[in-house]
Design a protein around this ligand. Structure first.
Ligand code: PEP
Ligand code: MG
Length: 369
């Protein structure tokens, strides 16, 4: 605590905090990350990726959900997941008491979430060889085959999954509302924001919103807990129809990872190894557009959506939660576009605070860069 260097950094960041207009939130999926980010000065959570909560021990429940043959079986799996999710959210709301927490409804690239097709196929083949028949594994293999996609990042993800699996988003919304109500009943101040991923059309958001509002009203009623509902803007079509989408959203958060992938048509997963070196060599860009915002292309989509969104709904809250939220040059860009906050990984929070302060000072007219 009495390290002079740490004290100096602290003074600089406090100075930047006094200047900046952008708020700085963090991307965190656990209570531990939330607490760490708060120590770094995060003013809330801008992205809690709930798909991470469905891995590990809970995979078995996910399998049950996927294999459900009817509504009863599906509801059994969802009912088993619900209290676990409620506990996850309660822990995060506690750590971020009084600060906004954006919880994104599940957005798994399905290939990361399903059991591996290859491993399952081998397992079933071995069972057959030994004259065994394990019905569960065979059924699971058939289900995974049915759901297998050539292009999972452009497939059954985000809101699409929520629209296809009845009760999935409802389970999460109920868990969020119950956790918020529980903290409020202890005298806490939870500020949840429910975020719908991968929206491309306002109708998708309206469908999710109608169900979510019903559940929220039922759970929190008149307890005074307020839960916002908003959307990611990460599909180019969402940016281009932002005026319509804003009618159904209390906030937008730019998912610049997917927005970059879809605006350029570059695979997030493969591109770096495949041909980026050549693009860098040719000077098509000086740095990967996945790292630093491509102001002319992706940035233009952000600008259009911010302007049209705010024109349709004055006061619409705007943030960014892609990797760019913690990149210095991108932070300056988001300041200039007029976003309300950036959200980045816990360790990048101090950098984002500093750069947001510098951006504010720079745009006052005097160049401090
Ligand atoms: C994004 O696409 O920018 C985003 C924040 O979501 P994810 O990285 O989880 O797809
Ligand atoms: Mg995304």
């Amino acid at each position: 605590a009495n390290d002079p260097l740490v004290a100096a950094v602290h003074r600089i960041l406090t100075h930047a905090d006094g200047k900046r207009r952008l708020n700085v939130r963090t991307n965190a999926d656990t209570g531990v990350d939330a607490a760490r980010a708060r120590r770094f000065g995060a003013q809330g959570i801008g992205l809690c990726r709930t798909e991470h909560m469905f891995l590990g021990d809970r995979r078995e429940l996910v399998e049950r959900l996927i294999l459900a043959r009817n509504e009863t079986e599906r509801n059994e799996a969802l009912s088993a997941l619900q209290p676990l999710q409620r506990a996850d959210f309660l822990q995060i709301f506690r750590e971020m008491n009084g600060l906004p927490v954006t919880i994104r409804l599940i957005d798994p690239p399905l290939h990361e979430f399903l059991p591996s097709l290859e491993e399952l196929a081998v397992k079933v083949a071995v069972q057959h060889e030994h004259g065994q028949r394990v019905e569960h594994d065979e059924q699971l293999l058939a289900a995974v085959r049915r759901m297998h996609e050539q292009n999972p990042m452009l497939g059954l993800r985000g809101v699409r999954l929520g629209l296809v699996i009845p009760g999935l988003f409802a389970m999460q919304v109920r868990a969020i509302a119950e956790a918020a109500a529980a903290l409020a009943s202890e005298g806490g101040n939870p500020r949840p924001e429910i975020m719908v991923p991968l929206v491309g059309a306002v109708q998708e958001l309206e469908t999710v919103r109608a169900e979510a509002e019903r559940i929220i009203a039922e759970v929190v009623g008149s307890s005074g807990v307020e839960i916002l509902i908003g959307t990611m803007i990460e599909v180019p079509r969402a940016a281009l129809t932002a005026g319509q989408i804003a009618e159904a959203a209390e906030f937008f958060s730019f998912g610049t990872n997917d927005l970059t992938q879809m605006a350029w048509g570059f695979s997030r997963d493969d591109v770096e190894g495949a041909f980026f070196w050549r693009y860098l060599e040719l000077g098509i860009f000086g740095i990967s557009p996945f790292e630093s915002i491509d102001a002319d292309g992706v940035g233009r989509l952000v600008r259009i959506a911010a302007e049209e969104g705010r024109a349709a709904r004055p006061g619409l809250k705007l943030g960014v939660c892609g990797e760019h939220g913690g990149d210095p040059d991108s932070v300056h860009f988001f300041h200039e576009v007029g976003l309300d906050y950036v959200s980045c990984s816990p360790f990048r929070v101090p950098i984002a605070r500093l750069e947001a302060g510098r951006a504010a000072v720079t745009s006052e007219g005097s160049d401090h860069r």
